[in-house]
Design a protein around this ligand. Structure first.
Ligand code: ES4
Ligand code: ZN
Length: 330
């Protein structure tokens, strides 16, 4: 209990958080009313009752429906502000947020409104409370690479204008049958511009997708990566190269990547020397914010003080902050 208290209070970074996944059902209904967007659910309770997922796709269908209520820069501002205020309660001192521009531009919302709203909330919270943050633009892998290339081109002015904060790109959405190698060109273009690179891999997809993300996309961190456990040579590679995994335990449980938290690969990966971090993914949908994720693995996997300290420290070390800030944080 004292140990859990310590980890709740420990300064930490959250590195795998889809900002659209922070929308609570109450917020979804409030935005829907305000923006006159029709929802397929009659009430907050009916929507929450639909949060019974069997796999990644069953979640994504509801997640994209939830995001459909976001229309104006103010909506993105309020959503981001609410998440950052919630993160402060968990002693998050730095966060790197994902957003999915294609989810919004296909509904006619300009990428400018999306980034402007999110960025303004980040700037305000940093100024008011010192919580620092960065933004990572994710491409939807269930769409063709052509769509990602178009989204990247569309967002280039955002990388110019908000370069201090909008630091990189990622790859998310349905993993099965959508290998990282399909996105080699767009990641190459981002790399040429000096952007930071991450990708979801090894959540539902095979360890081979993690190898592809490293070898072909040349990413610096792997989002999830929990199925690396099936490939001992890969585990050694991740440990030797200190490639961080941004693991999301409650997400993995809700989406049935593991049938029981006691069977989660986090502790085995940590013991093998992999730079594992703990994150919330889509906290409004998966039943917990970042501290809830620490508590869930601490209890199920009987983590000790060393383990918990390593997880929090890894999160600060794996972040994309510059060296002076990193030294000040650790
Ligand atoms: C996601 Cl859990 C997860 N996996 C892949 N893509 C996503 N987008 C939002 N949450
Ligand atoms: Zn994710």
């Amino acid at each position: 209990q004292a140990l859990l208290n310590k980890i709740l209070k420990a300064p930490k970074a959250e590195l795998h958080m889809h900002i659209e996944g922070s929308l609570e059902p109450e917020q979804i209904f409030a935005f829907a009313r305000r923006n006159k967007v029709k929802l397929a659910y009659d009430s907050v309770e009916a929507l929450r009752a639909a949060y019974a997922f069997t796999d990644l796709q069953s979640f994504l269908d509801i997640y994209y429906a939830g995001a459909s209520v976001l229309l104006k820069a103010d909506d993105f501002y309020e959503m981001t502000r609410a998440y950052l205020d919630r993160a402060r309660a968990d002693n998050v001192i730095h966060t790197e947020l994902f957003f999915d521009p294609q989810t919004h531009t296909e509904r006619g919302v300009p990428v400018q409104a999306v980034v402007e709203g999110i960025e303004a909330a980040m700037a305000d919270v940093e100024r008011e409370h010192g919580l620092t943050s960065k933004l990572i633009l994710c491409f939807l892998r269930h769409l063709p690479e052509q769509a990602a290339l178009a989204a990247f081109k569309d967002a280039l002015p955002m990388f110019e204008r908000y370069g201090d904060r909008l630091v990189g790109i990622g790859l998310d959405s349905s993993e099965r049958n959508h290998p990282p190698s399909s996105f080699a060109r767009v990641f190459g273009k981002a790399r040429d511009r000096g952007l930071r690179l991450v990708a979801h891999a090894g959540e539902e997809g095979p360890p081979a997708y993690i190898h592809e993300a490293l070898d072909i996309l040349r990413v610096e961190r792997i989002d999830h990566g929990v199925r690396s456990i099936e490939d001992p040579a890969l585990v050694k590679r991740l440990a030797d190269a200190r490639i961080a995994l941004t693991v999301c335990p409650l997400s993995n449980l809700k989406l049935m990547v593991f049938d029981d938290m006691k069977n989660h690969s986090l502790k085995t990966l940590l013991d093998a020397g992999v730079a594992v971090t703990v994150n919330s993914d889509d906290p409004a949908y998966f039943g917990g914010y970042v501290n809830d994720n620490y508590v869930a693995v601490a209890e199920a996997l009987e983590l000790g003080e060393q383990d918990l300290y390593a997880l929090a420290r890894n999160s600060l070390e794996a972040s994309f902050v510059d060296a002076p800030q990193r030294r000040a944080m650790i």
